[in-house]
Design a protein around this ligand. Structure first.
Ligand code: ZN
Length: 106
């Protein structure tokens, strides 16, 4: 049982009552059915909005994670490039050392 406002006097009355105890306004079952149908429509609209919001949130989360993955890939490539440069430096150093060793051998 819920309280509704009387359409005639505006006072709170039970939705189960057939007429308003304050002013005697007769409540027909049609208006209650209409209210229930309006409530169903509102629920459906809210549900749809919620579903759309959820899809947008999930889509956003997926987009962020893709961006993060791209950033991590870029970082990994840079690290690979750096380590290759370091390897080239070491090779150059080794070549110099080998040359120096050969000099002393002679
Ligand atoms: Zn009333």
């Amino acid at each position: 049982m819920a309280l509704i406002k009387c359409p005639e006097c505006g006072k709170e009355i039970s939705n189960q009552t057939k007429s308003c105890p304050h002013c005697g306004y007769r409540l027909n079952s049609m208006s209650l059915e209409e209210k229930s149908s309006i409530r169903k429509t509102v629920c459906w609209i809210l549900g749809t909005i919620l579903a759309i919001a959820l899809i947008v949130v999930i889509y956003d989360a997926t987009t962020i994670s893709l961006d993060e993955q791209t950033a991590e890939l870029k970082k990994a490539r840079e690290e690979y490039k750096e380590s290759q440069e370091r390897l080239n430096d070491l090779k150059r150093e080794k070549a110099i050392n080998d040359w120096l060793i050969n000099q002393y051998d002679d």
